[in-house]
Design a protein around this ligand. Sequence first.
Ligand SMILES: *Cc1c(COP(=O)(O)O)cnc(C)c1O
Length: 378
Amino acid sequence: MTIVMKDLNVPHRYLLGPGPSDVHPRVLRAMCTEVIGYLDPEWNALMDEEQALLREVFQTRNQMTFPMSGTGSAGMETAFCNFVEPGDKVVIACNGYFSERMCEMAKIYGAKVIRLEKPWGGIFTPSVIEDVLIKNKPVKIMALVHAETSTGALQPLEKIDEIVHRHGALFLIDCVTSLGGIPLKIDDWGVDIAYSASQKCLGCPPGLSPVTVNDRAREILYRRKKRVSNWYLDLTMVEKYWNQDRIYHHTPSTTLHYGFREGLRLILEEGLEARWIRHKKNAEYLWDKLEALGLKLFVPAEYRLPSLSTVCIPDGVEDATVRTQLRETYGIDIAGGFGPLKGKIWRIGLMGYSSRHENITLLAEALREIFRQMRMKA
Ligand SMILES: *Cc1c(COP(=O)(O)O)cnc(C)c1O
């Protein structure tokens, strides 16, 4: 039997959802570069460059800073499989979908998970974090999500490190939807372990998960009683490939790394601060536009996330109908809510290359037109 298929033909989309975001054309172009071997001296030089760029974007001097092969969840699993030993107490600040995933992973690696809870969309004050650390002493890890993509809430990080460290714990953060889009300073803010993903504010395709670990956490890793229960993500081995003798561990996707290097180069070309301001300004423009349409934003302005906005779906408006029309008529991709927020909110991402003024104007006009037609039909 012969199977004949048509040429690949993917429609154009404006990716204004929770990720992936639009990939910058220069990143796409870099990815057409030919593949070379993972032990080629030229490739080694590219790895060094990529790490130098990544340290700058993370605002860290951590030697152990590199992208893991895999999506953001691989970064999350790296953080938990390397630093959790069976019986360790891990406090997880639960206020959305991704902190639930953290709890699951921590349990898989044998942690005693202590959940610090807020309703979806809430954030945590330093004092509630301190209380739980005192009550459960000794805690090995305090973990939280900086930018909760399921709710649109931004968890402030400043001043938390001092509390976490005073009580002898490691400070672990998910910065998947913040890195490259909103202020994040790994060293200044005392973060010990962090991971992110290539396809959100970094403007690259999915497939790489940058991770950074400071010396304090690295020492704890090397003092483990039991070896890491995950072969692929064991940092003691992956580090040998990135930072030491460059011996084979697994075959990295050179293609993805070419694109990632270009994405990081674009960030520093623009300037980190300038990029944070662009994300903020564009988000404010979106919020104004949505409010002008009579819509209500889900998260209060003080801790609203610029890279992902959540907006309440008005009564009588059908979630899926609007999203389908946005996609079919305008090529715009946004997302609905899930868990307790299913059917209640839309999630609009303005991440990396997607965070552009013209995209917001288009989305707002598309929504205006869709609502107008709905009123006419009603
Ligand atoms: C997207 C996301 C992840 C998971 O990343 P994948 O690339 O889908 O594996 C983890 N945490 C947060 C906050 C995210 O937004």
